[in-house]
Design a protein around this ligand. Structure first.
Ligand code: SF4
Ligand code: SF4
Length: 391
């Protein structure tokens, strides 16, 4: 397919992937299923050949229809007869034991309608390279994976041709686990967060894990290039404190030489189009990168210990008190940021009070949500703070 999107080497896989990937997490957040189809088709039309989905990316859309990201991706690919290259599909499961690994992988293979043939894996007539991730590894999950034999099970399924590459995703605060995982040599691909405001897993870390993974021949998908879902709302509060744009953020990530592809989380075709156009701009110079980093560092402290509204905690977990944690803690974060930068907090307090569903005062600090925050936030403690501050 003729495409203007630039391609990058995908580690030692022998593949080249589009610098801008399609993040399929947001397909569940649109108004209609047709919009979800349109988004995937648009990405393919632009020459995007890496789609980042997960077993857990399910949700009820604006019309009240349950949308499963893997299902949408599969339906679109099955409908296409014009794709003349393999499409890389990254999907992820929460199976950290051999049994649950098999269970989750088999559901994904089924939802994606992947056919195993003598020539490889296919969805309809489209060849796919399936990258299967252990989703969001962190210390406890990693120990379970090692002791239960889940990694060997992943390798067995890979050797059997049920998946093409094995990988893992991880988040900030899990650097030691990420390094251990890379050191096993079991994984060919990883997905890690990195952006202008938080470079701790790359150049600002004790070890540059992006470089380390690349040196181990791994393909690297960069997530959270825009600092998570909450960035738009928080940047409105930050207003004129920084002049950093989305384009700057994307180009900053593209300037990391170890990144293979960026899942920037575009929700609509127009956003994806903007990301693609930004990716075609000249690379930032070293001086421009340094200036942007210095500007971001003026406010990056405001992003510590706040909810990013990434919604990951709700993918496999429900609060027994019915609290929708991302909305409650996201609204609370905006009150705190407004306060920290000396803005009027009243609009943000009102926005918090106007949220639907139970608020922080419903939290009984049971702690059940704690293992599910990808950012290791102490959710019960934040709920207690929010209750004390906002009632
Ligand atoms: S600690 Fe609070 S928010 Fe977390 S699960 Fe328990 S009641 Fe829900
Ligand atoms: S509590 Fe953690 S996992 Fe849940 S939305 Fe906020 S940052 Fe994401």
């Amino acid at each position: 397919m003729q495409t203007k999107i630039k391609r990058r080497k995908f580690g030692d896989t022998g593949l080249y992937v589009s610098e801008v990937a399609l993040g399929a997490m947001n397909l569940r957040m649109l108004d209609t299923v047709e919009q979800a189809f349109e988004m995937v088709n648009y990405a393919l039309d632009q020459g995007i050949n890496l789609i980042d989905t997960a077993r857990a990316y399910n949700g009820v859309n604006g019309e009240g229809v349950m949308v499963e990201s893997e299902d949408i991706v599969s339906r679109v690919l099955a409908s296409r007869t014009d794709i003349d290259e393999p499409i890389v599909i990254v999907t992820k499961g929460h199976g950290y034991t051999p049994e649950t690994f098999d269970e989750d992988l088999d559901i994904s293979l089924n939802k994606l309608r992947i056919r195993k043939t003598g020539k490889g894996l296919f969805i309809g007539s489209v060849e796919v390279k399936l990258v299967y991730f252990y989703h969001g590894i962190m210390r406890e999950r990693w120990e379970t994976m090692k002791s239960s034999g889940a990694i060997d099970q992943g390798k067995r399924r890979q050797a059997a041709g049920d998946l093409t590459y094995l990988g893992f995703s991880a988040h900030y605060g899990d650097g030691d686990v990420i390094k251990e995982a890379i050191d096993t040599g079991a994984f060919q691909v990883t997905e890690l967060p990195y952006n202008l405001y938080n470079r701790v897993l790359s150049e600002d870390g004790e070890i540059d894990l992006f470089r380390y993974a690349a040196e181990h021949g791994m393909g690297i998908v960069n997530m959270k290039a825009f600092n998570g879902t909450a960035n738009l709302a928080t940047s409105r509060i930050l207003g004129d404190m920084v002049s950093i744009t989305y384009s700057d953020m994307l180009r900053f990530c593209l300037g990391n030489p170890y990144v293979s592809a960026i899942d920037a989380g575009a929700r609509w075709p127009r956003e994806l189009e903007q990301d693609i156009n930004d990716s075609l701009l000249p690379p930032l110079t070293k001086e421009e990168r340094a200036a942007l980093a210095a500007e971001a560092d003026k406010v990056s402290g405001l992003f510590s210990n706040i909810c990013r509204e990434c919604t990951h905690c709700m993918e496999k977990f429900q609060c027994p008190r019915g609290i929708y944690i991302p909305s409650v803690l996201g609204a609370y974060a905006r009150v705190n940021i407004a306060e920290a930068v000396g803005r009027d907090t009243e609009p943000y307090r009102k926005a918090y009070a106007a949220l639907e569903g139970p608020l922080a005062d419903a939290c009984v600090a049971c702690g059940q949500c704690r293992p599910w925050c990808e950012y290791h936030l102490d959710i019960p403690a934040l709920m207690t703070e929010a209750k004390e501050k906002l009632g």
